[in-house]
Ligand binder design. Structure first.
Ligand code: HEM
Length: 75
């Protein structure tokens, strides 16, 4: 699997992990004495999503993201 595919897959699965940690926070606030560290958990996948998301964002603007060729209009 190449880096581009691997990063897109990571971004997709991180979104699932992020969602679960947010649901965990919702459950935590409903408790009487919630542990405060639980509320920091979504930050871990979110930071990784931000980094992988930035990569996915710039991809179409790079030669690699266009398949390594120049677009016909650019010649
Ligand atoms: C934190 C900053 C984030 C940035 C900068 C970001 C950016 C992006 C970008 C640029 C794409 C590719 C769109 C495309 O051209 O196809 C993408 C795809 C996606 N993002 Fe994010 N994203 C972020 C956070 C999230 C979060 C919080 C979630 C969900 C909890 C999420 C879920 C997804 C999913 C499911 C895809 C489709 C992945 C695929 O192609 O399989 N992202 N994101």
């Amino acid at each position: 699997m190449n880096a581009r595919k691997w990063i897109r897959q990571s971004h997709r699965w991180l979104s699932m992990i992020f969602t679960v940690t947010v649901l965990g926070c919702i459950v935590a606030v409903s408790q009487e004495n919630p542990a405060m560290w639980v509320f920091y958990l979504p930050l871990v996948p979110l930071i990784l999503q931000f980094l992988t998301g930035l990569y996915l964002f710039v991809l179409p603007y790079t030669a690699k993201g266009r398949g390594g060729r120049r677009a016909a209009s650019e010649t």
